[in-house]
Design a protein around this ligand. Sequence first.
Ligand code: WTA
Length: 665
Amino acid sequence: MVNDAHTPTFENLHRERRTFKPAVGFAVHANARAYEYKKAGVDRLEYWREAAMRLAWHRPFTEILDWTDAPFARWFYDGTLNACDNAVDRHVREGRGDRVAFHFEGEPGDTQTLTYADMHERVQRAANGLASLGVRMGDRVAIYLPQIPEAVVAMLACARIGAIHSVVFGGFSAESLRQRIDDAEAKLVITADGGNRRGAHLALKPLVDEALAAGDHHPEECASVKNVLVVRRTGQDTAWTEGRDLWWHDVVDPQPADHEPVWVPAEHPLFILYTSGTTGTPKGLFHSTGGYLAGAAHTHRMVFDLKPETDVYWCTADVGWITGHSYIVYGPMTNGATQVLYEGTPDTPHRGRWWEIVEKYGVTIFYTAPTAIRTFMKWGEAIPDGYDLGSLRLLGSVGEPINPEAWMWHRRVIGGDRCPVVDTWWQTETGAIMISPLPGVTATKPGSAMTPMPGISVDVVDDAGVPVGPGEAGYLVITEPWPSMLRGIWADPVRYGRTYWNRFDGMYFAGDGAKKDVDGDLWLLGRIDDVMNVSGHRLTTTEIEHALVSHPWVAEAAVVGAQDEVTGQAVVAFVIVRQDADAVPTDGDEVAAALREHVRHEIGALARPRTILVVSEVPKTRSGKIMRRLLRDVAERRPVGDVTTLADSSVMDAIRDGLAAGTKD
Ligand code: WTA
């Protein structure tokens, strides 16, 4: 897997000299304190025990960690609790019901203000609604919704009855949805007629219909699904399967707003979330209830310095990704945060929409992705300058390595040079932030995620698993179990051990390259496996290759992630068309357009290649392995590197000639 290693060489990064010390005014009120590192260093388990004790437990735990069956961990395992009770009921119970949980802003401009008491009412009705459809503890529920309050309510209602949600991002295709429903054997799918996207109605329900119907790829219907529960969002016409499809408002609204949460053991799975791994099929990672919630809530409080009475927090991620799970739903709500939830894109109806929202709600904490920041840089600072962003006091970044220029721009233009910037490294697998500065404590360097969180043990090792020295690059590993770690891959325990724990004995291997600088601070270098990071979304080369090859015109495909100024990486595909296929257009652009559409249909718009090059051959080693390194050189328009291991070294000349002949982006 790591043979064809691709470690972007950010050569100058560890020589970064700029540092930003915490402002005294911020530090005196900060949630995080420097002694936490020491405390966690002295007794890591006690540190996590205290963090978990902040949750509301139904039966308090007495055990902290069981690691005897490593790499299968159990944390706080003799306790019982409910994640929805922590995120919602507790605030009402403790007199915080009037606090706003969400300022919801729909893309067309419709708004809703939902207090914790409102959320309490909604989750109870929804929980009763799900129960009325026969959904029980341990059942799986697929959620395929736009970024609307019902998405949060649906997740929490599942948690409330002990059902396991599997949220599928609304940008995924019917085929991707079908795979995920099938793998988890979901009993119920919760969707909407559609959502709003760039001023248009994007249909969702027809994709669910397509996913559930028998089709070319899959002769069997998704037999596990009993019902489809449909939220009315756009009001567009929707085909209906009687007996299976039900409106959310018909099922949920008449239910009593009275429901006792199901108290589950701490290790009960809270959710499954599918993510790209190094093979073609996405992995259904699952997380626990107690450890996950402890990790999400604790890191949220520390890294974002949340003051729940006064802050207005906005994480721009979609709830369909782990960032939305941990830092919109479970972490912030457990901490009683007031949040902004926005349905749409940053440029609808104009490029100042996000800043208009910051100004309108007085957002104080703002968490976004480098790809968004780079887009705003491209659009120019006059746009954010047109709004009052004076309410902001802390900025976060997640999803991919943030370039020092983007970090500086974020700090200066959005944060007015007064807000700490926290670059947070973590993964779907880790459940919560693993590496980040602590605001008010850590002096930051632009582009560095700095140090592991207190209680988290991270290292950078070489091929043999030996820690590298200062200034050296290697593989990022986590050396001790942590509460919010994934508990496994759904229905595939063997793959879990093999994927994460076998590369380096007894250490969790993240798949990322990293470098320690002379001060020991960490610089993330991107994935070293076949996982690409496109606008902060994880995709594998293999899944896109599979999608391309499933098209009748394509004989073979090789996909690489090429560096891209805005999206971080972009999908570039090299395809060989079949000689025997009927009616293949001779025009490469026409082939490319059809194949891009095909990938959109198979996986989703997020996987659509930026560039497709029709070639006569792809470079391979003598053992038949595609040499992606060379293709990446071509895609990034660099001189092609060492070709001595190629089976046929003239292949690269042919590809280069083909490129020169004018196939373009
Ligand atoms: C990358 C998203 C550098 C990394 C929370 C990781 C980052 C993958 C950062 C996980 C960061 C995430 N700096 N790289 N601050 N944050 N990554 O599962 O390659 O969607 O392995 O989780 O994103 O992506 P995932």
